[in-house]
Design a protein around this ligand. Structure first.
Ligand SMILES: Cc1cc2nc3c(=O)[nH]c(=O)nc-3n(C[C@H](O)[C@H](O)[C@H](O)COP(=O)(O)O)c2cc1C
Length: 502
């Protein structure tokens, strides 16, 4: 498994200008243009929170809104008043929220304020439910799905926003961090319905029967987050607290208990870099007994959660390239000075009988900086075995038998180390050879994303994925990829992989 530094691998062609500058705070002019700074402290306490805010070098001024989630009654993972109190006082902030779009105890202003009181927030600061008096529209740059962002009308009463999010899983988005806190969180109840339906409905009453394709919802969140970022310009900053890392959100009244330990607090002036950094810390976490990232990974992957960040970068909200800086000593964190590592999480696994798929798999692995693994049959296929015109040849016999599972030479693919697996093979009789079923049934692919690619004499992938699904768990995402040419260049393959969001 390859180990790289904490810098995400995807180039930042379209980060907004704001994020392309070295960020303030430490006068470090050596930071490469296009790489955002994300600050880190392992101290999850009020002092750590104030310190990381100060490290950003962007003092909050004017009327300051501190956007948190007040938490649904019954849940207990939300950011506690004791944790945030000093920061809120320091910036003379008002805690802001918007009403929810589902039933529960925060869907009306009265109940929401009561919840905020019960959870101890009104004791530390004024709490403003920003859509108490209705909502207003602010423009979106990306109008693919939503044509504007519908936010609480009180947003206009603030000059500066501190987006203070609790990073954790989420039932619909896969995960929630600053991008979600700023899109769904700042949207009024109507605005939440508008984002959740990707522009199809503007009332909570019509939300559930208008749910869109998952990616459209995620893309709408990115667009709405960008609208709020644009609204505040340079007067906004972002903090994610990585504690109580449940698979469920604070909007859930019965969230699952966290299965992994707290990580720390991260902050940035780039929301995309910040959420990406937090995702990387979850994806590259080293599990141990009673401290396991598996269920959170499954939650994120099964909802295609990373697409929110990918799309946010695509529309220019920020950069997924970042440096992670430990505020203790201003050091750049990498494998040499910190236990947390960003490991390559992509694998190209392939079967090739006559070398065509092998050639393209090797180029794909280079193009995606992925590890590579050859799926080898215990017994190699001879030319006679591959004779598709002979009904009695080995390949013909295997193909005709749905239960055929040709044995593997080894089981060393180490699938547990990877999140995304590019799975390649030659097309045999319009689908994958049966050894691919053997491969899928030999490992646990739960929560993983598999992207198919193949070579062929002319056939497309057709129903290939359908015949492979039964060999994986329900939480495995199998995506149709592409028939690739043996001679595809690294550049072409990079372009393809980026076009499908990886
Ligand atoms: C048994 C067998 C069945 C095949 N069936 C198809 C097919 O249905 N459609 C097609 O376009 N090519 C088919 N081919 C051609 C292969 O998909 C193609 O030559 C492929 O690139 C070989 O990849 P490899 O060199 O990695 O084994 C078949 C080849 C064999 C040996």
């Amino acid at each position: 498994m390859m180990i790289v530094t904490m810098i995400a691998a995807v180039p930042c062609g379209n980060a907004n200008q704001n994020n392309e500058q070295p960020l303030g705070g430490d006068n470090d002019s050596t930071v490469t243009v296009g790489i955002s700074k994300v600050y880190f402290t392992k101290d999850i306490n009020s002092e750590g929170l104030v310190k990381i805010y100060e490290a950003l070098g962007r003092p909050a001024s004017g009327r300051v809104a501190v956007k948190i989630s007040t938490g649904e009654p019954g849940g207990h993972n939300f950011l506690q008043p004791e944790l945030i109190k000093d920061l809120v006082h320091n910036v003379n902030g008002t805690i802001v929220e918007c009403n929810t779009a589902y039933g529960g105890k925060r869907s009306t202003t009265e109940e929401h304020l009561q919840t905020a009181k019960d959870h101890g927030f009104t004791a530390i600061a004024n709490v403003d439910i920003m859509d108490a008096e209705g909502d207003m529209r602010i423009p979106v740059k990306d109008s693919t799905h939503i044509k504007y962002d519908i936010v609480g009308s009180h947003l206009k009463n603030y000059d500066f926003m501190i987006n203070l999010a609790h990073f954790k899983g989420h039932a619909m988005g896969g995960f929630g961090g600053v991008l979600k806190n700023q899109s769904i969180g700042v949207a009024s109840a109507n605005g939440k319905a508008y984002i959740h339906t990707a522009g199809k409905a503007q009332s909570p009453d019509e939300l559930w029967e208008n749910l869109p394709e998952q990616d459209y919802f995620l893309e709408s969140m990115s667009a709405a987050a960008q609208a709020v970022a644009d609204y505040f310009g340079d007067n906004i900053l972002y903090i994610n607290v990585m504690n109580n890392l449940s698979v469920d959100c604070d909007c859930d009244s019965h969230p699952h208990d966290p299965e992994m330990k707290d990580i720390g607090i991260l902050a940035s002036t780039d929301p995309v870099a910040l959420d990406q950094a937090c995702l990387d810390l979850v994806f590259n976490y080293t599990p141990s007994e009673d401290d396991d990232n598996a269920s959170l990974l499954e939650r994120i992957n099964s909802r295609h959660g990373t697409h929110t960040v990918d799309y946010a970068e695509e529309i220019g909200l920020g950069s997924r390239q970042y440096q992670l800086i430990n505020i203790e000593d201003n050091s750049i964190m990498n494998k040499n000075d910190n236990e947390m590592q960003h490991t390559a999480s992509r694998l190209v696994a392939y079967f090739s009988a006559t070398g065509t798929t092998k050639a393209v798999a090797q180029t794909l692995a280079k193009a995606t900086d992925a590890d590579i693994y050859e799926i080898r049959p215990e017994k190699l296929y001879t030319t006679a075995d591959l004779d598709w015109q002979d009904n009695n040849s080995r390949s013909s016999v295997e193909n005709a038998n749905e239960n055929s599972r040709p044995a593997l030479a080894d089981k060393n693919a180490n699938i547990q180390n990877y999140d995304v697996i590019f799975l390649g093979f030659p097309i045999w009789w319009y689908r994958a050879p049966k050894i691919i079923n053997t491969f899928l049934e030999s490992y646990d692919f739960s929560g993983k994303t598999i992207i198919l690619f193949a070579t062929s004499g002319g056939s497309q992938l057709g129903e290939t994925a359908k015949y492979l699904k039964g060999s994986c768990s329900k939480t495995t995402v199998i995506k149709d990829g592409k028939i690739l040419s043996r001679n595809a260049s690294e550049e072409e393959l990079q372009k393809w992989v980026k076009s499908i969001g990886y």
